[in-house]
Design a binder for this molecule. Structure first.
Ligand code: NAD
Ligand code: ZN
Length: 342
């Protein structure tokens, strides 16, 4: 898996010089068109095709894919073309999916421009779109030719989006690196060295994915915080007016699932408290009420890690270690959500 971290002017120029393409297309949304494309415009071939789509998860749909395929077809892109995905996880997942299926697959590269996409979505080859109300329901595993990460893109990202991506960095430390966790857990978000943490997170994600590309086992540890986190995310999304960002939901899920680990004696009370204090300090507490618990639990049934009727979790087995395929009952989940609500 090729991932390069450093100035985009160097990495992209080198990639385009070393590879010859009949046509280069670039996928952007209105924000990456405004903030990110100007940083690479001069590195692109004189004639390239820009495909502009509307930003946001609401547009990660089959209809948008049709527009992308239509634009590629109108531009006469053949099988020797390249698609550059310049944007956050939505652009990367959907652009990668469109490239992998267009004429049975053309080359694509990821240039992630959000923190979440740099430390998580762009690495690992999971591509796809949402379908009906199900997230990432239709998709494929396909690695990009390369991932070019430049931490400089993050400067124009709104603070809330940065914090959302930071949740995945915290997750990587909790499941794989106790030392790094103790380092960051004593620092506020404003004090951290982001460029260093991006490399650290990418290394962890890459190592895990390389060991288990298709999520047969180990890769499931990357889902720590995601079973209940996704359920809360989807629950609030369906309600409409209380929507939260993915990373914010994962911060909620990590507290709930740390409690599950504690209740099974997998982590100590002090470890639970250190996680909880840091996450509440960084993200605050999302308002949920006790009577919303059943609806949240119901949504865990859609989780892709489940087998049959069992809801399976990835739970910390100490800080810096994580187990997977751990069945958890509805009554245990109820206690964990209630613990979060406080
Ligand atoms: N494939 C995977 O393994 C994987 C992993 C995690 C998440 N994801 C997916 O990633 C998506 C979320 O990604 P995201 O959080 O990056 O959201 P996103 O792609 O919606 O980007 C968030 C917002 O930031 C804007 N933006 C992007 N870069 C910017 C920049 N440099 N400056 C200013 N604005 C910028 C975007 O236009 C968008 O409005 C979800 O669809 C999720 O399913 C995929
Ligand atoms: Zn995530």
């Amino acid at each position: 898996m090729s991932v390069q971290i450093g100035p985009i002017s160097t990495s992209l120029s080198r990639y385009l010089a070393e590879n010859s393409y009949s046509h280069v297309a670039i996928l952007v949304d209105e924000y990456t068109n405004k903030h990110c494309l100007p940083l690479i415009n001069s590195l692109l071939p004189a004639k390239f095709t820009k495909i502009l789509i509307k930003s946001g998860e609401d547009h990660k749909t089959l209809q948008t894919c049709e527009r992308i395929w239509d634009a590629m077809t109108k531009a006469n892109i053949d099988r020797h073309g390249l698609l550059i995905n310049l944007g956050g996880g939505v652009i990367g997942d959907m652009g990668g999916f469109c490239a992998s299926t267009y004429k049975r697959g053309i080359d694509f590269i990821q240039i992630p421009t959000t923190l979440l996409a740099q430390v998580d979505a762009s690495v690992g080859g999971k591509l796809g779109i949402d379908f009906q109300s199900f997230k990432n329901h239709i998709g494929v595993f396909q690695l990009p030719k390369t991932v070019l990460i430049d931490p400089n893109f993050i400067h124009t990202l709104p603070e809330r989006q940065k914090l959302s991506g930071y949740a995945e960095i915290i997750k990587h430390c909790l499941i794989r690196d106790e030392e790094k966790w103790s380092e960051i857990s004593h620092q506020g978000f404003d004090d951290i060295n982001l460029a260093d943490l991006i490399s650290h997170s990418v290394e962890i994600k890459k190592a895990v994915v390389e060991e288990d590309p298709k999520e047969a086992g180990l890769r499931k540890i990357l889902n720590f915080g995601h079973t209940l986190g996704h359920a809360v995310e989807t629950y609030l999304l369906n309600l409409g007016k209380r929507r939260i960002l993915h990373g914010e939901a994962i911060a909620v899920g990590m507290i709930m699932e740390a409690y599950l680990a504690y209740s099974r004696n997998l982590i100590s009370r002090q470890e639970l408290e250190s996680i909880e204090i840091y996450l509440f300090e960084t993200y605050g507490r999302v308002k949920l009420s006790m009577d919303e618990i059943p609806a949240i639990i119901k949504l865990t049934a859609q989780d892709k890690k489940n087998k049959g009727n069992e809801i399976r979790f990835s739970l910390l087995t100490g800080i810096g270690d994580c187990g997977y395929d751990i069945p958890v009952s509805a009554s245990e989940m109820k206690k964990a959500i209630a613990y979060y609500i406080g």
